[in-house]
Design a protein around this ligand. Structure first.
Ligand SMILES: NC(=O)c1ccc[n+]([C@@H]2O[C@H](COP(=O)([O-])OP(=O)(O)OC[C@H]3O[C@@H](n4cnc5c(N)ncnc54)[C@H](OP(=O)(O)O)[C@@H]3O)[C@@H](O)[C@H]2O)c1
Length: 259
């Protein structure tokens, strides 16, 4: 009886991925900080889809969070063949607006925790006929984004990490996929303290978390290397690639900088 682990499963894209997997009869371990939300989602998905669920509420900014998760899984004897590193958040506005500790926490959640969790669960993932790692990056990974500077850099890291790891594991049973959503309706803008101006700019183009989750899960099972969700976001990344970097950065700054 195998399980999928989903980090950041209490809201937004992670919650929608949980529903998408439950609909495909996959048992779930849900991770995030908000215990009541996780409990509610787990109970609801078990009731509606008949899947087994468990939750592990934890702050993924804690340096020992991956160790705590791995020990708990071992203790419970859970078999894991899907790992979804989805939890993440941004800090918008000037780099100087946040202290070093705030940047460090964000980088821990967006980069260090997914790397550590993947490493700690690698032998478990290797012990099944077929396993999957799905990392949720961002369309912000494809250029520098002034006003979301450290966040965009953290997502570039995740894309590069995912591609490198996929290649290293190409002859193994583990398929690694990285999915980069563009603007998506979720709690992201609120947590990132994105300005009204940026929220308004994205509103009409945003995808739903459900649409992103479906594309992400389909890409994972199709063993794709890397996808950007939605036609507009794919086009955006292509245009950014064509433009002089300085121009792309000026345009992004016009949306995300709050000066
Ligand atoms: N929405 C977008 O426009 C967008 C675009 C591109 C990429 N993404 C990426 O998509 C992923 C999901 O974001 P979302 O849009 O669904 O945002 P969201 O609605 O804010 O959900 C973020 C999830 O991550 C969890 N999380 C955040 N900090 C955590 C921490 N310190 N410890 C444990 N869990 C934590 C949250 O749970 P708790 O608050 O309960 O801890 C929540 O479940 C993120 O990696 C984000 O960077 C989002």
């Amino acid at each position: 009886m195998s399980y999928a682990i989903i980090t950041g499963a209490s809201k937004g894209i992670g919650k929608a991925i949980a529903e998408e997997l439950a609909a495909r009869k996959i048992n779930l371990i849900l991770i995030a900080r908000s215990e009541p939300l996780l409990q509610q989602i787990a109970t609801d998905l078990t009731k509606r889809y008949g899947v087994l669920t468990d939750i592990f509420p934890i702050d993924l900014a804690l340096p020992d969070a991956p160790e705590q998760i791995a020990s708990w899984i071992k203790e419970k004897g859970y078999a894991i063949n899907i790992l979804i590193n989805n939890a993440g958040y941004g800090l918008s506005g000037s780099f100087e607006r946040y202290d070093a500790a705030a940047h460090a926490d964000m980088m821990q959640v967006n980069m260090t925790t997914p790397v550590a969790l993947t490493r700690l669960l690698l032998s478990e993932l290797k012990s099944h006929p077929k396993s999957y790692v799905l990392n949720i990056a961002s369309a912000a990974a494809y250029q520098a984004v002034p006003g979301l500077t450290a966040y965009a850099a953290s997502k570039s890291f995740l894309v590069s990490f995912s591609r490198g790891l996929r290649y290293e594991l190409r002859n193994s049973n583990i398929s690694v996929t990285v999915v980069s959503p563009g603007g998506t309706d979720s709690d992201f803008a609120n947590r990132a303290q994105v300005s009204e101006k940026a929220v308004k700019a994205g509103e009409k183009l945003n995808m739903t978390a459900e649409a992103v989750a479906k594309q992400a899960v389909d890409a994972m099972f199709a063993q794709k290397t890397e996808i950007i969700t939605g036609f507009v976001n794919k086009l955006g990344a292509f245009l950014v690639w064509l433009l002089p970097k300085k121009l792309a950065e000026k345009m992004a700054s016009g949306i995300y900088s709050q000066e």
